[in-house]
Design a protein around this ligand. Structure first.
Ligand SMILES: [Zn+2]
Ligand SMILES: [Zn+2]
Length: 189
């Protein structure tokens, strides 16, 4: 079930690995599904191209899946394609320094976007799970212009209209709601 490559088995021209995984096989994704934040419809397709790059190992990857989430405006469940493309660089943890040095080294390496691996093999499980989490929308929307629910009567404004907006007391400031104000940037334009 693991997604591991032994470093010595990576040819100089690189190697492409393809995996099909159920979300239930990956702990972080299983948790997302169980919490209801994101359900996975069918398996994830994971393709990783692993290429040596000087002392580093470069990984270009793609993750594809169909997911189901609840719209943050209208609360309806909807399906969408999750398509994550990414590039990661892995660096071997050189264990020939004392603990303090190691900490500092790790900080520097992580600071410049490297992922550290130990030993002779790289396990991609954590990176894959992290990329899926990064791909999830912060505010899921069934569609960009989802009208959401009426705040007064709760009707789904995508499928029906209610009289709340007309019947209610309107304020002259309502028209200003939702308008994007120009930001006051001096010295530019
Ligand atoms: Zn919606
Ligand atoms: Zn209403």
């Amino acid at each position: 079930m693991s997604m591991i490559i032994e470093v010595q088995h990576i040819p100089i021209e690189g190697k492409t690995l393809a995996y099909v995984r159920e979300a239930g096989e990956l702990p972080v994704l299983r948790e997302l599904a169980e919490s209801g934040e994101c359900r996975f419809v069918g398996p994830l397709t994971i393709v990783l191209t692993v290429v040596p790059e000087r002392t580093l190992i470069k990984v270009s990857g793609s993750i594809d899946a169909v997911i189901e989430q609840s719209c943050s405006r209208c609360l309806n469940d909807y399906r969408s394609d999750l398509q994550q493309r990414f590039t990661l660089r892995f660096s071997r943890d050189t264990a020939e320094h004392d603990e303090r040095e190691e900490k500092e080294l790790e900080l520097t390496e992580e600071h410049i976007g490297l992922t550290i691996f130990k030993g002779e093999a790289i396990d991609f499980t954590d990176s894959v799970q992290e990329q899926v989490v990064l791909a999830l929308p912060y505010k899921p929307l069934c569609r960009e212009d989802c009208k959401g629910l009426c705040l007064r009567c709760g009707i789904d404004l995508n499928v029906a209209q209610c009289g709340c907006a007309q019947g209610g007391k309107s304020s002259p400031f309502d028209v200003l709601k939702g308008r994007a104000w120009p930001t006051d940037k001096q010295g530019k334009g």
